[in-house]
Design a binder for this molecule. Structure first.
Ligand code: NA7
Length: 537
């Protein structure tokens, strides 16, 4: 028997009040739904609430990153930097929450422990860590693809006497590095941002690097009032461009291949990209650098030469040059004087491939070579990406099946937004949605989910589920989209590898790596055909 909608506590529960949860709340309110958002944090902002580490900022241009759905919001918000720092982005999201009066439907400090589908009655029973429960017809997960931090598997972490922190759990109070001996473990996008900031004031900074990444210049600068007026006048073009490009960035691949031009033209193009802000050198480069080994070797060689030019000590420069993957086959960290940090007398680079960490001790870190006495250890060691946030909640679908079990060998989804066996659960930025410039993908996902729920409301339908065939067809498309990518041959969160988690040492098909326009085309077709590929009743 279907429980009349008025008998569930809510029409929809949204888990998470980050960028996707906030926008979904706005849209579901417009449908007249009774919505409750459960948020583990003490405020809105998701990624920008948690990641308060020093130097955290956008790598996408600020004005391409903000929400595009509200003309009023676009008209009133001024970005002050081309790549906004975390405090500004958090202020922006707090402004959005206030402006649209969102907080009244958000319950903070409320971590969801479980969500169990009740077939009889067709609703979800959601339980919080504190034991309270709520029922809801629909469940929308807005829990983020990179939100479950992982500490490294190193013995003795708890024995350290000084301060220590994962970057994604950074304290809300200001943290000073003045006069301190600080260690950073991890040199991904987060580690790079942290290192270049900590190096400014720490007495001694020791960077523990396992794998160097290919970092490219961010070239951030301030936006003054006048420039903001100019940018604002081009918002329609900015968002149109983001709709058209491969990954919703302002940058997109050059139509030419690496070897379509002369060596001189190639070098000049690489130089031009290196001198331009943002991800252009990664996603606006020759169209074959991420698929053709020889083409990739050209840009990798160019980037290696840049590192050698910028780092004075040739031995350190060599340690900073990646050997096990080509440029762009992992997430490219964007940097501001990152390489120059290693020219400073207060900074030391420890290459963990030569001298691995043995354990954390009371006074610091012990490698196979020596002990490092420390006042603070910063873990920039990343996330249980894409599925980690799902695994941390006990989701049970039809007949009590557990999502974590179903996904133990890798997630299987329908257009990244639905799962067979988990009716009425819709995922924003779930595994296999287009990622790229995240807010653009969020707005698309939210609008798609909203249209589906409107469709159901208008027809008095109360249950929607992905089918096995639908999932299979979508997973085939995900597989096809990834064919030929050099990144498939590299360990990273792109390929689902996290050495700090059991069973995650091997590469798997973890994300949709096709273009955002093809993703939208596929999802639009599903909607246009009345969601015939899904089971609706
Ligand atoms: P990443 O990109 O996953 O980077 C994590 C870093 O931590 C990386 O350098 C890892 O080295 C290092 N790491 C992880 N575990 C260990 C251990 N046990 N010992 C030493 N070093 C370790 O995470 P980020 O937070 O930088 O970025 C994630 C995404 O968030 C980013 O792409 C943005 O899109 C936002 P490894 O490379 O595994 O050898």
């Amino acid at each position: 028997m279907t429980l009349p909608i008025s008998e569930t506590d809510f029409d929809a529960v949204i888990i998470g009040a980050g960028m996707s949860g906030l926008y979904q709340l706005i849209r579901l309110r417009e449908l007249g739904m009774r919505v409750r958002v459960f948020e583990a944090g003490g405020g809105v902002g998701g990624t920008w609430y948690w990641n308060r580490y020093p130097g955290a900022r956008f790598d996408s241009e600020s004005y391409s990153y903000g929400y595009s759905f509200s003309k009023e919001l676009l008209a009133e918000w001024d970005w002050t930097e081309h790549f906004a720092p975390q405090p500004e982005t958090l202020r922006y999201l707090e402004h959005v929450a206030d402006r649209f009066d969102l907080r009244r439907d958000i319950q903070f400090d409320s971590r969801v422990r479980s969500a169990h589908w009740q077939e009889e009655g067709r609703f979800w029973r959601v339980a919080l860590e504190d034991g309270t429960t709520a029922t809801s017809r629909f469940l929308v997960t807005a829990i983020g693809p990179l939100s479950a931090p992982t500490l490294p598997r190193i013995d003795g972490i708890d024995s350290f006497n000084g301060e220590s922190c994962h970057t994604a759990r950074w304290p809300h109070e200001p943290v000073s590095f003045d006069g301190k001996r600080v260690a950073v473990i991890g040199t991904g996008a987060t580690g790079v941002q942290t290192i270049q900031e900590v190096a400014k004031t720490a007495k001694q900074l020791t960077v523990f690097q396992r794998t160097p990444n290919w970092c490219a210049p961010l070239l951030n600068r301030k936006i003054d009032k006048e420039e903001m007026v100019r940018i604002r006048s081009t918002y329609p073009d900015i968002f149109r461009r983001c709709q058209e490009t491969f990954a919703c960035f302002l940058h997109t691949a050059d139509p030419r291949g690496t070897f379509d031009v002369t060596p001189e033209e190639r070098e000049a193009f690489f130089e031009k990209l290196y001198a331009e802000p943002g991800f252009g050198i990664w996603v606006g480069n020759f169209n074959d650098i991420l698929t053709n080994r020889e083409a990739n070797a050209q840009i990798s060689d160019f980037m290696a030469r840049k590192i050698r030019q910028r780092v004075k000590d040739p031995a350190i420069a060599e340690k900073l040059i990646p050997r096990n993957h080509g440029f762009g086959t992992r997430r490219v960290p964007l940097e501001t004087r990152y390489y120059e940090v290693y020219n400073q007398p207060n900074v030391e680079l420890v290459d963990l491939t030569e001298t691995p960490i043995e354990r954390v001790i009371r006074s610091g870190i012990r490698t196979t070579a020596r002990d490092y006495d420390l006042d603070m250890i910063i873990y920039a060691t990343g996330f249980d990406a894409l599925t980690g946030a799902f695994d941390r909640i006990d989701f049970r679908g039809v007949d009590g099946r557990r999502l974590k079990d179903d996904w133990s060998e890798g997630a299987e989804t329908y257009v990244g937004m639905a799962v067979e066996g988990f009716p009425n659960m819709l995922m924003l930025l779930g595994p296999h949605t287009a990622l790229g410039n995240i807010p653009r993908s969020i707005e698309y996902n939210v609008d798609w989910v909203t249209d589906l729920l409107r469709f159901m409301r208008d027809r008095e339908l109360t249950r929607v589920e992905a089918t096995g065939e639908g999932v299979e067809a979508w997973m085939e498309m995900v597989e096809r989209a990834s064919e030929g990518l050099l990144s498939n041959e590299v360990n990273s969160w792109f390929t689902g590898v996290n050495t700090n988690i059991d069973g995650r040492h091997n590469r798997r098909l973890s994300r949709y790596s096709g273009s955002a326009p093809s993703y939208r085309e596929r999802c639009n077709a599903v909607a246009k055909e009345g969601y015939k590929e899904m089971l609706l009743s």
